[in-house]
Structure formats: C-alpha cells, structure tokens
Design a protein. Structure first.
Length: 255
C-alpha cells in the first residue's frame, strides 16, 4: 500500500481549538486546493483520514486535552466531513443525507470547544466552511454567528412565514451564509428554538442549496445547547416535538 503523508505546516496555527483561539483559516489551508495530478478517491480519502487523526491527536495532547466524549463527537463529525469533501471533489456536490448532530450539555462540558474544532476541521478537510447562528443577537455574538430568525426571514411569529423567498432576499441570504461554500450549519442555544423555526430553516437551506430531496438541503447541521435552561416564552419547543415523536414510536424512548 502506498503511504500517505500529511503536511500540516501551513495549518499548524489552526490546531488550537482547545484553547478557544480563533485563528483565521484560508482556502489554501485545505488539501483540495493543492494543485497537482488527480489522485484516486481511495488515496484522497486516506489522506483526509490522516489529517483527521492528526488533528484529533494534537488536541488530545494539548494543554486542555479532549475528553473521551469530545473525541467521539469530533471523530464522528469528521467522518461526515470526509464524505462531504469526497462528494465535492469527485461528484461536484457536497450534499449528505441525514447528517444531523446534537451537542448537548451543561455549561463547561466543552460544547464551544467542539464547535470551534469542527469549524477548523471543515476547512482542513476541504469540505467548505461552517456558519454559526443563534435565535437572538446576544447568543449569536458569542459564537461569531448570525441571527437565525432575521437572517432567514422567518419572522417573530412562526405561523406567518413566506415559504419561498423572493429572488432579492434569496440572493442576500446566499451571500450572508456563504451558500457556495456552506458545508456545516451550527445552531446554538437550540433549546430556545420553536420547532416551526427548525422546519422553516430546513425549507430555506433546501431553497438555497437547490437540494430539496435532502434534510436541511444536504448541509451537515449541528444543534448545540442545553435543555436544562428555560426555553423561550411561547411557541412549540423543539424538545416537545421530539418527545411527541418519541412517544408515538416506543423504539425511540430511552430511560
């Protein structure tokens, strides 16, 4: 078997997620931007796997090493990003089916560490970029993100929403969320979401990407937050919908 080596000299500054440092990442930092002869999909996948392993290994050996749960979440997400990168390079699209993750826990368990790491890993693996959001401005600012309701033109009342955005608003939305490079969409403070907002988010991403046969337009979606905190006043909470679904499907209930 031909050996595959990973040159991470150009991206060493990005391997700092455990310290919450926010170094910028450029397009040249991902392996798909390297100009050279076309390699086989299996060889490219092996190279991406090597980058993922190296990335996780360095975080595990950092001053604030990852916990076992953090490592498991990052590795699982990384595998999806590898599939996304392979699709983009060899099939001219990055859409994935049923790639939805929930990162839940009380304050201090490392949710922010994971999402920052996923953001960098998205670029390093050549999948694209990650865009973060939250339902309100204060929460969005904490994750360097955008406001979900305003940006996606959902409106204050989920029952009164335009299903298909006009051309001008759709163009603006594509610019804000970097639709041509969007691989991961991160929603923070998910306990504050009305379940209808999640549905409209799905419709918007399908409209933006043009991939209406996939959930959330084939974009990897990460919901983070904690259900122990008070939810937003009014509306139908996201976890209420989950519990109703679970109660109607006994196989989904876990003690």
């Amino acid at each position: 078997m031909k050996s595959v080596t990973c040159n991470l000299v150009k991206v060493h500054a990005t391997i700092c997620a455990a310290k919450h440092e926010r170094h910028s990442i450029l397009e040249k930092d991902n392996p798909s931007s390297i100009i050279g002869p076309q390699i086989s999909e299996d060889l490219y996948k092996e190279k991406l796997q090597c980058i993922l392993n190296t990335f996780i290994s360095r975080l595990e050996k950092s001053a604030k090493p990852l916990t076992k749960k953090q490592t498991a979440v990052l590795r699982t997400t990384g595998e999806s990003l590898i599939k996304c990168s392979l699709n983009l390079k060899y099939r001219a699209h990055r859409s994935l089916e049923n790639q939805l993750f929930m990162v839940l826990g009380l304050p201090g368990v490392g949710k922010t560490t994971i999402t920052i790491a996923v953001s960098r890993l998205t670029v390093l693996l050549g999948a694209g970029v990650m865009v973060s959001c939250a339902w309100m401005g204060v929460a969005a600012a904490l994750v360097d993100g955008i406001m979900l309701v305003r940006t996606f033109n959902i409106g204050g009342k989920p029952d009164i929403v335009i299903l298909d955005l006009p051309v001008d608003k759709m163009f603006t939305l594509k610019e804000i969320i970097k639709a041509d490079k969007l691989a991961v969409f991160h929603i923070d403070e998910c306990s504050q979401l009305d379940i209808k907002w999640v549905w409209y988010l799905h419709l918007r991403l399908c409209q933006v990407t043009g991939q209406k046969e996939y959930p959330f337009g084939g974009v990897i979606s990460i919901f983070s937050g904690e259900f122990a905190q008070n939810a937003n006043i009014g509306g139908d909470k996201i976890y209420d919908g989950m519990m109703r679904f679970a109660s109607g499907n006994p196989g989904n209930l876990h003690s």
